[in-house]
Design a protein around this ligand. Sequence first.
Ligand code: PEP
Ligand code: MG
Length: 691
Amino acid sequence: PTAASATQGISVTTRLINQHGLHARPAARFVQAAAVFESNILVENITKQKGPVAARSLNAVATLGAVGGHEVRLTANGPDAEAALQAVKALIETGFGELETSPVSAPQPPAPMTTIHQEQNRAVPVSEGIALGPLYCYQPPRPTIPTEPTENAENDWQSLQKALRTTHDSIQARNLQMKRVLSADEAMIFEAHLLILQDPELIEAARRGIFEENMNASAAWSAAFTAAAESYRQLDDDYLRLRAADVEDVGTQVLFALAGKSTSEKIQLPEPVILFAQDLTPTETSQLDMDQVLGILTSAGGPTSHSAILARALGIPSLAGTGKIIDRRDAGKFVALNGFTGEIWIDPPDALRIDLKRQRDLWLDEREALLTRSLELGATKDGRRIEVFANIGSLADAQAAVKNGAEGVGLLRTEFLFLTRQTPPSEEEQFLLLSQIFETLGDRPVTVRTLDVGGDKNLPYIQLPQEANPFLGVRALRLSLNQPDLFLPQLRAFLRAAVDHSCRIMFPMVADVNEIRQARAWLEKAHQQLTEDHIEHAWPIEVGIMVEIPSAALLSSNLASEVDFFSIGTNDLTQYTLAAERGNPQLAYLADGLHPAVLRLIGEVAQSAHALQKWAGICGELGGDPAAAPILVGLGIDELSLNPAGIPRIKALLRGFTIPEAQEIAQQALRAQTSAEVRALAKEFLLARSL
Ligand code: PEP
Ligand code: MG
């Protein structure tokens, strides 16, 4: 029943029945529901005698400390007061849809966050090995806050608003991305972050700081959100106290936006650690001191996301999709992970710790032994040569490739060379870096891929168009063909650096013959220009394409006459064949390159190449997957290109089977129905040979 009040509109009391009451997610729903109405809604915690506060302020609502069992009073004043009260009351009485946690009738402390660790301790394995050490949570560092007073309050106020908008857009983008990766409920945290960001009381506090206390925008904003975070810390509820971290997270993002960009400073790690991050963008990884990283855990990401590729390249044990198992609050705890099985241990008992340490030592010893034999050429047991090449994205990777016994480079991801730049690198800069990489590889062949941006790979200096489906949009070669200003200097730099080296060039994401002809025309043009300018360069040059769109695989028999080689990008080929995004851990079971559908395409590409005396390689992550090696060789693949650290293992494997054996398992795999069936076959094959 609603009670009328002369000055304050109408009010109603009710009890919170969901366990955590008005904490971040329910509070976010509550604030969103209240915002729909024109009436002004207030909420008060009767049990704790706190409030009333405005229902439109998430921070204010959450800091009422209202948990399960508490009685609250809702008051609405305005034209739609009755409807507003009914709506928010209904939301409370249905437990915000969170009643899977048992309803409560009296206050009780929320379950400690650590209990979930025991319930579920497996994530997606992405890079093999065992690692243990203290957990370090990666967060972009805070920019320094200027202390000078504002020179022009209005300007500072405008910059703050602009920074709030920029942050809003980037949280929104992450929200959309995370909804694809996490469940809608887990992604709800980003909605809460948006509400924190838009909180009128927080913004008002910052505005007062600027106009009334003459603070600059960063200082005023920092003071406002630090105070809001502090008020969370004062609460007696453990769960709510932890929400302070969310306010600080959002607040820091705004400080970055105010500082004009994300930092590119190096981040020093205090000691060898297990690194935990939401997902590591290539830019972030380039800032981290990876020598100090024993293992990597990412809450998002999948086995072919770029943080996974990087972990494998560095030989660092790693798991992805740890969303429910670990979070920032575990910082500093002792953590162990098994990159073969996906297991995670938090604070394991001493005996287990000792055992895990022993397993790690064994793994490192075995790795060392393999490394010694890896300097031999790749070949099967019966002597068929299989080239074992490396995928690289930097000079450091090139050095790792040589050390691990790579016979060449099957894929140089050029988009990784200039990640932290805000403007495109000049032809000269590209020439210099490519020359260094070629020098490092000596006379080993190097396959350079032209720029592949878009989808999962972005560069700060390339503005991509807003598209509904970026993975299906203007990306990779399509973008290069649209932007000769980027494409031509890259081709010229490449031809120049290739002098006296054994080099090949390759175009990413080719869909059909038209694109090959256009790309070749630009390459011809680069050659002509250099000739006219009397600049030394390599010519002619071997040209290949990446087969990573199903159309290119299906048409490979036509395309073979247009190229010197095919390199199959199984990461993208798999995602496009199975319509399963490569970075989505929930689809890891489907986005598996060992799916018979993908294997059929691979077999077809190898046949098309051989029919015209060309060759076909694999440069997707499947090329480094031990389970895949016999099958790929059996399908006729001539070259495997993989992360440098994986090379010794793959070479050892190749030495363990013959071509007829490989052909037989390949035929069985083609007849299988699912990737799980193929994996079972492969496991049996390797076990039978103790590989
Ligand atoms: C692939 O798609 O398999 C590939 C090797 O390219 P990238 O992972 O860089 O998209
Ligand atoms: Mg690709």
